[in-house]
Write a protein that binds this ligand. Structure first.
Ligand SMILES: [Zn+2]
Length: 220
């Protein structure tokens, strides 16, 4: 695995996907077409352009909207998504826009692995299950995952995200769960609460396990 993928902090599945995509080995429509396999050809995130890894990850208007919102959230003023259209491959984009020398280089690389995998999952949900979420829902999901990474030991990312936001983040989750229970019956509210607490403890345990893993890796 190249240092481009190996050095920045990310969990293994995100790194593996980044490695695949940098090798241009993900099965996007352009690659399927080159093999003569049937596909609709259009990007499922925008339904306007031909799908390629480069389009999905940094040229699609859906992906760009997500990146622009994350840029505002983290104050990543060095990112200019308008310039990304000039890059022809994921590797070129990574080298010239993401992993170039500058402030928050490692944090940006971690974030890129996170966003890329989430975009790919969203693409697959649309292709195989006909299920889609909005840009705002994607951004919320990415922010929550980034905070978990931060808690689990992603130091560079922590320099961008205030990790003391985590208790607040948990509180907001609880508040939002309460707010959504208004229209439910008592039984449904109890079920919702139970699921919420199970999800919360699962996320917490996942973060704890990642933190332990990170400590072991640094200790060895
Ligand atoms: Zn698109």
């Amino acid at each position: 695995m190249p240092p481009l993928v190996w050095k920045p902090w990310a969990t293994p599945k995100y790194k593996f996907f980044a490695w695949l995509v940098l090798q241009n080995r993900v099965w996007t429509a352009d690659r399927l077409a080159r093999r003569g396999w049937p596909n609709c050809g259009l990007c499922k995130l925008c339904n306007q352009r031909l799908e390629s890894a480069a389009h999905l990850l940094f040229k699609c208007r859906f992906s760009i909207r997500i990146w622009n919102k994350l840029k505002l959230w983290l104050g990543l003023h060095q990112i200019d998504t308008a310039l990304w259209q000039q890059f022809h491959s994921v590797k070129e984009w990574w080298k010239k826009a993401i992993h170039k020398k500058g402030p928050h280089r490692k944090a940006l690389a971690s974030l890129t692995m996170l966003v890329s995998w989430e975009l790919w999952k969203e693409r697959n949900a649309r292709v195989f299950r006909g299920h889609s979420v909005t840009v705002d829902m994607m951004v919320t999901k990415i922010k929550n995952e980034a905070r978990l990474w931060c808690f689990a030991g992603a130091k560079a990312l922590s320099s961008l995200i205030s990790c003391d936001q985590i208790p607040l983040f948990v509180f907001l989750f609880l508040f939002s769960a309460l707010a959504h229970t208004k229209t439910h019956t008592e039984k449904e509210k109890t079920e919702l609460y139970t699921h919420f607490l199970i999800d919360l403890s699962a996320s917490w345990m996942q973060a704890q396990a990642l933190q332990d893993l990170s400590v072991q890796r640094h200790g060895s």
